[in-house]
Write a new protein. Sequence first.
Length: 275
Amino acid sequence: MYNNVRPQLGVPQFQPQPPTSSQPNPFGNAFNVAGAGSGLIRGGLSAYGEKILGSSSEYVQSNISRYFSDPQYYFQVNDHYVKNKLKVILFPFLHRGHWTRITEPVGGRLSYKPPIYDINAPDLYIPLMAFGTYVVLAGISFGLRGKFSPEALNWLFIKGLVGWFMQTALLKVTLLSLGSGEAPLLDIIAYAGYTFPGMCLAVLGRIIGGYSYYILMPWTCLCMGIFLVKTMKRVLFAEVRTYDSSKHHYLLLFIALAQFPLFTWLGNITVNWFI
């Protein structure tokens, strides 16, 4: 009977609520300080990394430009330059002008003018074209003797590359023996590649037959020796800060004399590398 008591309608009923208390988080400030600290560390590491990468990229770019230069520079040629450059290579004693390269101010420093404006500037157009012509003429020589084959032409192509490398190494070692190797590598490769215009002339004499080869071969050796002596003396040695003058003339003479065995080896159109 006493359990049937019902709540009256319209009278609000209040339910007891558990007590709530808002206590401060003792780790909140520590987390905020740690987050700010990690942000500073990340920012510092990022700035330090950018500084290291920036200096490294500048160092790499400066060394690339120092030793390799810009490849596009060596292909800025025209017909007038090619004609006059071939005259200087094949008839160097007829060159009445100076052998020094022309400079111009670029970006606050002196830079050499490209080949199209300077006959004494090195280029890679003539060496590459002459090397290809040398391989073609050698193939024709093989064909006229009935010994043409793709394998023989391939071996001759490799032989020409080895000869180009030997000439480059000769000039590079000469600079290193003087206590400096700072001349751009592409400059030395270009000067060494001027071997092949004379080689084309000698191989053409072999194709013509008779005594023309035995006349043209010593001539091209002599002209290449004179050209390299003039070039190394006036151009490459100008970039060497200090050198022993007693070695100067001996090294120039060695470079000139080294052209005779190198030309003889390259001019011998056979698959035998040793004769």
